[in-house]
Design a protein around this ligand. Sequence first.
Ligand SMILES: Cc1cc2nc3c(=O)[nH]c(=O)nc-3n(C[C@H](O)[C@H](O)[C@H](O)COP(=O)(O)OP(=O)(O)OC[C@H]3O[C@@H](n4cnc5c(N)ncnc54)[C@H](O)[C@@H]3O)c2cc1C
Ligand SMILES: Cc1cc2nc3c(=O)[nH]c(=O)nc-3n(C[C@H](O)[C@H](O)[C@H](O)COP(=O)(O)O)c2cc1C
Length: 783
Amino acid sequence: MKVAIIGGGPAGLYAAILLKKQRPQAEITVHERNRADDTFGFGVVFSDATLDNFEKYDPPSYRRITQEFAYWDDIAVHFRGTVHRVGGNGFCGCSRRMLLLILQERARELGVTLLFETDVDDESRFADADLVVLADGINSRFRDKYVDHFRPEVDLRSNKFAWMGSTRPLDAFTFIFQETEWGPFIAHAYQYEAGRSTWIFETDAATFRRAGLEGLSERQSADRMAEIFGWFLDGHPLLTNRSMWRNFPMIRSQRWVKDNMVLLGDAKATAHFSIGSGTKLAMEDAIALAEAMAQAPTVAVALDTYENGRREEVEKTQHAADVSLVWFEHVDRFWDFDPVQFAFGVMTRAKAITYDNLTLRAPDFVGEVDKAFARQVRAMGFDADVDKPVAPMFQPFKLRDMEIANRAVLSPMCMYSANEGVPGDFHLVHYGSRAIGGAGLIFTEMTCVGRDARITPGCTGLWNDEQQAAWRRIVDFVHANSAAKICLQLGHAGRKGATRLMWEGMDRPLERGGWDTVSASAIPYFPDSQVPREMDRADMDRVRDEFVAAAERGEACGFDMLELHCAHGYLLASFVSPLTNQRTDEYGGSLGNRLRYPLEIFAAMRAAWPAHRPMSVRISATDWAEGGITGDDAVAVARAFGEAGVDLVDVSTGQTVRDAQPVYGRMFQTPFSEQVRNEARVATMCVGNITTSDQVNTILAAGRADLVALGRPHLVDPAFTTRAAAWYGASDIACPAPYLPGKEQIFRNSMRDRQDFEDLKIKGKPKTRAELKAEATKPLAAE
Ligand SMILES: Cc1cc2nc3c(=O)[nH]c(=O)nc-3n(C[C@H](O)[C@H](O)[C@H](O)COP(=O)(O)OP(=O)(O)OC[C@H]3O[C@@H](n4cnc5c(N)ncnc54)[C@H](O)[C@@H]3O)c2cc1C
Ligand SMILES: Cc1cc2nc3c(=O)[nH]c(=O)nc-3n(C[C@H](O)[C@H](O)[C@H](O)COP(=O)(O)O)c2cc1C
């Protein structure tokens, strides 16, 4: 077998090593345009898990690599004169040059041919090769040559960054967030060998310009960075090596294989440097390719296996990198945060690290985070215990005069079980048991303001006395038997009206018994859905008055709070999104115009609703569709409602158009809540695939939302909040007297279970290489 590898970076060399081990007879050649010891960049980083992989696949190179490594366990966050350190991270750094020399030596030892100073410009010279590996890096000539086949998407990110080095020793992976007269600068730094550290500097484009970095030489820009970070560099110089400022290209290729050619490493996909995964991904690609080649009968099958088997893992890493890079791009959102909360945000930015996980690793740090949170709660006027604070989920919150005992919320969830809009016994038990279950705030399902405002024949309404009496019974029950507050969500289905019950075909038109629908524009949801009538002014007045009348009935029922539903493609959302609003009057066109009608309704309801009771608005912060609402629009929407007197923005997403492309995942809508909260400076509630109290605490402690709503988790577990309170020892959680023995039991058991769980986690956790090395080098006298 003949294998031609273009590019002698980590991907190309490691692929050569693994393939040669597998097929000693194969003729494997690496073509590299640089000289053998030419290398750009400084150090590379690997996690302990990645090193475990290297150990498994090629022990000799693993041993040599790890002899050269610098290990560290801590991440240190420097911000506004403070430093917070968190241990237990298990990372290692090594010089990129040394890594390449080790891999070259190992490849040679195995009999791979390495050709340096060989710039390949045409792969047809490898016509006799069975396999051609395109490991030619981020600017891959061959990916570009077959651009129509590989179909790469290149997303050039807005921040500027440059790799540099220093002799400054570091004992932790160090993030420095530095305020300057021009704006914020960030340094990501780590040591990779004795006396050598990598420094990646990052800033936004405007700060870059203001700081006069445009047009400076490599040396001049390094000098400017040395001035900014001089207080930390401690007299050590900054070193350069092609340290030009650039914008990070996030690359995703739709195809990785063409005939017998395969893209590996940066050539196929990149991951932002803030998660330190570029070299890891490159080498793990090589592992995946070698695995596929070992098992498949032909090269074609192997390449297919490689692409299909590896894609998900790469995309997962890229997703984590995306989330992380977005955090760094928007660091100004958090710039006025308490430094410990800021550091918590840095640590938890990419989902993998959470509140509970940090509690195990760095209990003192989380203790400080809890205290900072408790101080904010005190500033709101609560008598929160700052010395021994409860977890953020169990801290109270206040909107106007309404106080809620904790931050867990039952999300509005249609039950499709009403009869002519009247909530029945099912609803009483449903809302009642969730209120007793401990949630601080209960939202009703979307309750419709008129008969023809309903989504389905099973939706609840509030347009007549019978419905009002039924809701009054539910509200009274909640108030009499729990500490929960209850919020009425009012809505109008718009073009999604006259559709079937969820379990009979969500959003599908009713076959019989439907009614006429209205919307911002006459556009059906599905092609075969009913075509709604474009609302005229008379319709708008009528519907506005229905909202006001329902709000007044809501007050009479005793609801504590009122929410206007402007999300999910229903009537008011259809005005907000340009995808569903094509009006040419003053209610269409600009975002300001599209918001006019929802704001008119909000203002009319606000005037009717008692001033001391809060109001919220639910929005779809993105349509997940080309040309639709984006996070930036959501900030503008939130500001407009904020000016109109909204107290809380309930940040959901999507469901505007049927061909949307949502990116699902854990807590997938939370980034929008974070953006709205910290840019528009309004209180937010986030929702969407939040399933654990650990996630709730992580979101709250990092300042990504003020309240957290859970929908589906509450459907199966009415006592979600009480269970979580037992886990975190938040014993103040309300409980009806007849249930107290159950509460006592779960608190007793949970405290024990939690202790067992933590012991198990700590005992079961393998030692990091940094810990092992520290133990091995500890002087005997210290034992
Ligand atoms: C300037 C720079 C500095 C960096 N510094 C660091 C760092 O300090 N730490 C870190 O972890 N990551 C660093 N990275 C990122 C990291 O290098 C990559 O994520 C990782 O090296 C990817 O490995 P790779 O093998 O896919 O690509 P590369 O390492 O880029 O290797 C590709 C190789 O292909 C060769 N090549 C390209 N075209 C041809 C051709 N036509 N013919 C022959 N040879 C060709 C190139 O010379 C190169 O050696 C840096 C990246 C850049 C651009
Ligand atoms: C069956 C069902 C009914 C829903 N009804 C409503 C509703 O009436 N009003 C609303 O704003 N959102 C509604 N939603 C959306 C939920 O409030 C919530 O945003 C969504 O389920 C995501 O949260 P989760 O992952 O915690 O379930 C509904 C969702 C489901 C699954």
